[in-house]
Design a protein around this ligand. Structure first.
Ligand code: DAT
Ligand code: MG
Length: 150
């Protein structure tokens, strides 16, 4: 089923100037970028976004980190987009992430793991609405999709 997901290059990925490479990976897979912006995450937004982790030992660090510099927030659309993007991102801890995945290729520590991706359809809907207004998400046809979709 075609759906949408929320992806975000974290402050480490923005500083390391790999936004372009990250976008390319999703583009070449055949997924479609339907929303994007460079932005700062406020503490309030960070706490809402990561509320499932409140109380965990790494929570304060996580909030500090995600608010420490600009992030690049994106909405991507495609067939099985949540599962596919989680696979392309790789395991949460870069030491376990396979080579060829974003975390497997670009980072060393779980506390600086480059990118966020929604982990389910429900969290995708929730996170998209936290970060994007409806009018910031575009609907458009890509002619090349006849060579990608069944
Ligand atoms: P993911 O980002 O793969 O969805 P998660 O939702 O379990 O992973 O955790 C959110 C973020 O919190 C993760 O990207 C990095 C940080 N984090 C998770 N587990 C951690 C740990 N054990 N130590 C430090 N940071 C951690
Ligand atoms: Mg998560």
């Amino acid at each position: 089923m075609v759906s949408k997901t929320f992806l975000m290059v974290k402050p480490d990925g923005v500083q390391r100037q790999i936004i372009g490479d990250i976008i390319s990976r999703f583009e070449r897979k055949g997924l479609q970028l339907v929303g994007a912006k460079l932005m700062r995450v406020t503490t309030e937004l960070a706490e809402e976004h990561y509320k499932e982790h409140k109380g965990k030992p790494f929570y304060e660090n996580l909030i500090q980190f995600i608010t420490s510099g600009p992030v690049f927030a994106m909405v991507w659309q495609g067939e099985n987009v949540v599962d596919i993007t989680r696979k392309l991102i790789g395991k949460t801890n870069p030491k376990d992430a396979e080579p060829g995945t974003i975390r497997g290729d670009y980072c060393l520590y779980v506390s600086k793991n480059i990118i966020h991706g929604s982990d389910s359809e429900e969290s995708a809907v929730r996170e998209i609405s936290l970060f994007f207004n409806e009018d910031e998400i575009l609907e458009y046809n890509k002619d090349i999709d006849v060579w990608i979709y069944k």
